[in-house]
Design a protein around this ligand. Structure first.
Ligand code: SAM
Length: 505
């Protein structure tokens, strides 16, 4: 069982005891320290195992904290049988790059690995840790263009120490084959030819997405736009920060902080409180800026709040509120006057929302309600002029940030989600006062979760009509039907959708 904590030691490992005053972390009595293996590769391999086999690691994950930081080294030691030296900033950046990239490019990398193995069965029966090490090596050579001799040496060493000498020899053989075909410009990749199905399969491999997504996007967007979308999903994500005005922090204050941390940034063209950050988010986190000074929030989500257009003194019901990104931004736009009722079915996520509201000093105007919206709406007399339903969705608009989501989503999920979205829309509509507005939003780019849900809702609820979002968001985010749509490729933001629906009676 590859998940089983390893008891192996190796010729590189040294058992050392640490005292309370020891240089190494005192919380670990005995550590098998290995200074030979490259730490970022060891940590990346174990992180990839944990992401792919999350379920098997769930218990371990519940040990102290979330399996990050020092606790992460505990995992590494239990999985590999040794711990490498601690990670410095450069290692941490490499781990983020390698883990994110290896997950995104999994289908592409596996195709190459499979093609360079002796035969299909060798690839199919490969033990998971060995496969992760190969994926890392392939990604480093093919996508990061790192010097091949170092990549081969380092990954061979990792396989030998973490598994056994034979595994190292295998990594050596396959990586060397890769280096040769890459040098000859002859990577064994499929051609986009044949019928629709065959073309979709080839594109799915070349751009590393599930075949069903390629088929869906080719149908809705055409092949060229589908390819651009996949390229966006495979690019390094950028993040936006929202200055927390409830704590008196302006965007200028935030910009000053980012300058002093030497974090490159650009102010948002669309939202007054937002700043975009491509690299250096680690520095922002380490400097403690996220402890109330600002929050990480994509501008596409901020623009959904612009569609709600909260005004001081208003009462707003946020039907699917946790973990609270939009609740807290709406609360800050109320400028201390009014109320946001934050409903969510998930207690843990709602607790996070409550804690964040305290930290951002908006807890006096945010009330949390733990409930299933469908039951709550049947039994409550609560009504408001503004009701936001930020519905659970496929997340197909946020694939650049959520590297593993594409592999976890199935086509069947969409059907279930569409039913849930309809039920939640029906429930949310009962909370809207006459003359009030229901805002339906998702972080999906799929018309069946967006326009189609609104269309079906309006058939069931003739008492609602579309209120075009012109005037609430910049005009290039407004669709022909009057909805808000953030297109990842066009706007270089996450994908998002929102509709304003006014209750006429
Ligand atoms: C897209 S997320 C909301 C994100 C949130 N609005 C934000 O900006 O941070 C959808 C939320 O819907 C919640 N949810 C799912 N089904 C629900 C239900 N039946 N009643 C209430 N909340 C539900 C989930 O727990 C999840 O937190």
């Amino acid at each position: 069982n590859p998940m089983k904590p390893s008891k192996r030691t190796s010729k590189f490992s040294t058992s050392i005891s640490t005292s309370k005053k020891g240089v190494l972390n005192p919380s670990h009595k005995t550590q098998k320290l290995n200074l030979e293996v490259s730490p970022h590769r060891a940590v990346s391999a174990v992180r990839l195992m944990r992401i792919q086999f999350g379920g098997a690691f769930a218990d371990l994950l519940n040990e102290k904290g979330k399996g990050s930081g020092d606790n992460e080294m505990g995992y590494v030691e239990r999985t590999l049988g040794f711990r490498p030296r601690d990670l410095d900033d450069r290692d941490l950046r490499l781990v983020t790059d390698i883990v994110g990239g290896t997950i995104r490019w999994r289908r592409y990398l596996d195709h190459l690995i499979g093609s360079l193995c002796h035969d299909e069965s060798m690839f199919r029966s490969m033990e998971p840790l060995l496969l992760q090490i190969l994926r890392i090596g392939f990604y480093e050579i093919v996508k990061l263009n790192m010097p091949s001799y170092a990549v081969v040496d380092e990954n061979v060493k990792l396989a030998k120490v973490a598994l056994r000498p034979g595994a190292g020899n295998m990594v050596n053989g396959i990586l060397r084959k890769l280096v040769l075909v890459k040098e000859d410009n002859a990577l064994p990749l499929p051609k986009v030819e044949g019928d629709d199905r065959a073309q979709a399969r080839a594109l799915a491999t070349l751009y590393s997405h599930p075949v069903w997504m390629v088929r869906r996007w080719t149908k809705y967007l055409g092949q060229e736009a589908a390819i651009k979308l996949m390229m966006w999903n495979n690019s390094d994500p950028s993040y936006s920060l929202r200055a927390n005005s409830s704590k008196g922090i302006t965007r200028d204050d935030l910009v000053m902080q980012l300058n002093s941390l030497k974090v490159p940034h650009e102010v948002s063209l669309h939202l007054d409180d937002f700043v975009r950050v491509k690299i250096g988010l680690q520095n922002v986190i380490r400097a403690g800026l996220l402890k109330g000074l600002c929050s990480v929030q994509d501008e596409s989500a901020g623009l959904v709040v612009s569609v709600v257009d909260p005004q001081p003194g208003e009462e707003i019901i946020d039907c699917c509120a946790a973990p609270g990104g939009k609740t807290l931004y709406m609360a800050s736009r109320l400028r201390g006057k009014g109320r946001v009722h934050a409903i969510d079915i998930n207690k843990g996520r709602l607790r996070i929302l409550g804690e964040a509201a305290k930290m951002q000093k908006v807890d006096d105007i945010v009330t949390t309600i733990h409930a299933d919206l469908r039951i709550f709406a049947d039994n409550s007399a609560l009504k408001a002029d503004k009701v936001l339903l930020d519905a659970p969705c496929s997340g197909l608009g946020v694939l650049s940030k959520r590297a593993d989501l594409r592999w976890n989503r199935r086509l069947e999920d969409l059907e279930q989600l569409k039913n849930l979205q309809d039920e939640l829309l029906d429930a949310a509509s009962t909370l809207v006062s006459p003359g009030g507005v229901l805002i339906y939003s998702t972080c999906s780019i799929d018309p069946e979760e967006n326009e189609d849900r609104v269309g079906a809702f309006l058939v069931r609820h003739p008492e609602f009509r579309i209120d075009p979002v012109d005037g609430y968001v910049p005009s290039d985010f407004v669709t022909k039907q009057g909805f808000y749509f953030s297109d990842p490729v066009q706007h270089s933001l996450d994908g998002a959708f929102a509709a304003r629906l006014v209750r006429t009676s």
